[in-house]
Design a protein around this ligand. Structure first.
Ligand SMILES: Nc1ncnc2c1ncn2[C@@H]1O[C@H](COP(=O)(O)OP(=O)(O)OP(=O)(O)O)[C@@H](O)[C@H]1O
Ligand SMILES: [Mg+2]
Length: 409
């Protein structure tokens, strides 16, 4: 916001119910009356807003007045863009440090490929943070503005009228945005737009910044589900995030892409922001071959945040019931899965069994079949495999060797 006269600034500020994240005031031939206006502005509406002043006249009297007013920074009008940018960043950071209780944390999730689990992990993270910090302090924002799935996954009615907001952003304020939020029964707030297939909505970076800025006044944590496509506003969202999680599936192409994406995003993220990769749907091969954890660790190095196991139908069940994963994936289910994984190692036919299906000991015939060597795999490559129909043509078995080689780039 660049205002040319402090008086206009005051008038606009008093008319507006919004407090900006940063106030930049340009003084043209600063006079005492102008600096006094800044003082009144700070005392009235902008007590908690950092202020940066640009002036073509920085004589000792003006500088003294600005110092007394405790503005966050002042620059001469002939400053470079770089100096201006640095001053704004410094003022914002200083302000966030001084008012830690008010600072909003923003966690963004960026998918490496379609269907890699970005939405699932964003939802689950919002619930985990909410459980720790209070659900009412967390807002989950679905920025897949045309085909977002967050509302569906949580069985909510999406109410964010992005088309209206995009066409008249000036109308948007906290009250209006509040009406556009959906509330999950847990207390979590969700900002999600209704699906609008076969239509293009042009949303500017300013509109998205305004929405997130308003949300940051009401919530201490914002979790953002970003789309894979890079929009005009994506860089801004990334820049404003404290943490960016790049979500990758556990495949060679996805891991390669994740490495490239994390480097690119680290380049546009804020200096203090952490950018890391979560490898989702990680699963160990029953036979110890194929893509392994250490391959991903080697490929991603320090940018690896961790692995989320393939939870099979547990996630689908959560989605179909509109519940967070944690409501389905209870300790009992985890114990059951561990038990089942142990059994599956001994008896691969049971590997695809879901936790909701009670374990039934396979008949002796099947156990015998399972322990036969898999045709097509040489000695030592695998002792057992999916028996029966697929035992000669398991497509995974055929590609495992190539997969591992492929990752050693
Ligand atoms: N850890 C997991 N274990 C098992 N299934 C998972 C896991 N994570 C995600 N899924 C499943 O993967 C599918 C895609 O998940 P999700 O919609 O979260 O991905 P996305 O990256 O947001 O996809 P899109 O590109 O459509 O936005 C869902 O059916 C979900 O159930
Ligand atoms: Mg998604």
């Amino acid at each position: 916001m660049l205002w040319s006269s402090p008086r206009t600034a005051i008038r606009r500020a008093l008319e507006s119910v919004l407090a900006p994240q940063l106030l930049i005031v340009e003084l043209d031939n600063a006079r005492r009356v102008d600096t006094a206006f800044i003082g009144r502005l700070k005392a009235a509406k902008f007590e908690t807003v950092p202020v940066v002043v640009i002036s073509n006249l920085l004589d000792p009297e003006t500088v003294g007045a600005l110092v007394r007013l405790r503005v966050d920074d002042f620059l001469s009008s002939d400053c470079t863009i770089g100096e201006f940018h640095k001053a704004c960043q410094h003022a914002l950071k200083q302000h966030a440090r001084e008012t830690p209780g008010r600072a909003t944390s923003c966690y963004s999730f960026f998918p490496v490929s379609g269907g890699c689990g970005n939405t699932t992990l964003a939802i689950q993270s919002a619930f985990l943070i909410g459980r720790r910090n209070g659900m009412s302090n967390v807002c989950l924002v679905d920025l897949n503005l045309q085909d977002g799935a967050v509302a569906d996954y949580l069985d909510l009615a999406p109410s964010f009228r992005i088309d209206e907001v995009a066409s008249s952003p000036a109308r948007l304020d906290r009250q209006l945005l509040d009406v556009m939020l959906s509330r999950h029964s847990s207390g979590l707030s969700v900002l999600a737009a209704p699906r609008c297939p076969a239509r293009h909505i042009n949303v500017s970076a300013e509109t998205v910044a305004l929405v997130l800025g308003l949300l940051s006044q009401s919530f201490s944590t914002i979790v953002v589900d970003l789309p894979k496509t890079w929009h005009a506003w994506t860089e801004n969202v990334v820049w404003g995030s404290n943490r960016v999680f790049i979500v990758s599936s556990f495949t060679v192409p996805a891991l390669r892409q994740a490495r490239a994406v994390s480097e690119a995003i680290a380049g546009v993220a804020g200096a203090d922001a952490a950018v890391s990769v979560i490898v989702n749907r990680y699963h160990e091969s029953l036979f110890g071959g194929g893509l392994q954890k250490k391959d991903a660790e080697r490929a991603l190095g320090d940018s690896l945040a961790g692995f989320i196991p393939d939870l099979g139908n547990v996630v689908l069940e959560a989605i179909n019931r509109g519940l967070p994963l944690s409501a389905i994936y209870t300790r009992d289910v985890q114990d059951e899965r561990r038990r089942s994984a142990r059994l599956a190692r001994r008896c691969p036919q049971t590997a695809s069994r879901t936790p909701s299906q009670p374990y039934r000991r396979p008949p002796a015939m099947e156990l015998e079949k399972a322990s036969r060597p898999v045709k097509g795999l040489g000695a030592g490559e695998g002792r057992a495999g999916p028996a029966g129909k697929g035992d000669t043509e398991d497509p995974r078995a055929a590609s495992w060797g190539g997969v591992r080689k492929g990752l050693d780039v």
